[in-house]
Design a protein around this ligand. Structure first.
Ligand SMILES: Cc1cc2nc3c(=O)[nH]c(=O)nc-3n(C[C@H](O)[C@H](O)[C@H](O)COP(=O)(O)O)c2cc1C
Length: 193
């Protein structure tokens, strides 16, 4: 792309980070990222989100240990090709954390009674991931963390209110890797002029 500016650079440069340094992300920076998130567009201007910031590594470990067998069960019958097999091998390792040992986790909850809160929360999450990247932080959306909602004990410990559900789980920290961009297939685009 020739028309480079801060936004396009952030879009092209952001990667999912799966290796983090131990450096703690200051609360003020996380507050700033949430502020970036809530400036996303939202259907009917309902802004139907709520946030939980987890900096307790013990809590993250408990969630990860609960989720790992769920992932293995879920993918048991998945086609074991390429990425899937590599992911399953990784998840099967004792020391593996679904949160890649990141120092913090940001949960974005969607309000159950808002018509399309999942879309709103996903836009909010993308704002946060792009802003984090532009501030030198790494993120990765951990979709597998959604399994935690099956565990009432974890839901209570995390303080997820009844009227909300988990949409996005983003790990957040200082990157200890600089991964290549996974290749994007050419999009199918149908122009109607
Ligand atoms: C909804 C969603 C769920 C994801 N869940 C996981 C996950 O559970 N674990 C993981 O390592 N990456 C997860 N990812 C990250 C994707 O694997 C990643 O976005 C993809 O490989 C493209 O790489 P990039 O983000 O660096 O462009 C998820 C991404 C999205 C959008």
């Amino acid at each position: 792309m020739n028309d480079e500016n801060e936004v396009t650079r952030a879009i092209m440069g952001r990667r999912s980070i799966r290796n983090y340094s131990d450096r703690v992300v200051p609360d003020e920076l996380i507050e700033m990222l949430i502020d970036m998130g809530i400036h996303a567009p939202s259907a009917l201007a309902l802004f139907p989100w709520s946030f939980i910031v987890v900096k307790d590594r013990g809590m993250m470990k408990r969630v990860s240990e609960y989720v790992k067998p769920q992932i293995l069960a879920e993918l048991k019958n998945a086609k074991r090709v390429g990425m899937t097999q590599r992911y399953l091998d990784m998840v099967g390792e004792e020391r593996f954390s679904i949160f890649y040992n990141a120092p913090s986790l940001l949960l974005i909850l969607g309000k159950n009674d808002a018509p399309i809160s999942d879309v709103d929360c996903s836009l909010c999450a993308q704002n946060i991931m792009l802003a984090a990247h532009s501030l030198g932080l790494g993120t990765c959306w951990i979709g597998s963390a959604r399994h935690l909602e099956k565990n009432p004990g974890l839901v209570e410990e995390l303080g997820i209110p009844d009227e909300y559900h988990l949409v996005a789980s983003l790990v957040l920290g200082y990157p200890a890797e600089n991964p290549e961009m996974p290749a994007r297939p050419e999009p199918s685009v149908n122009w109607i002029k």
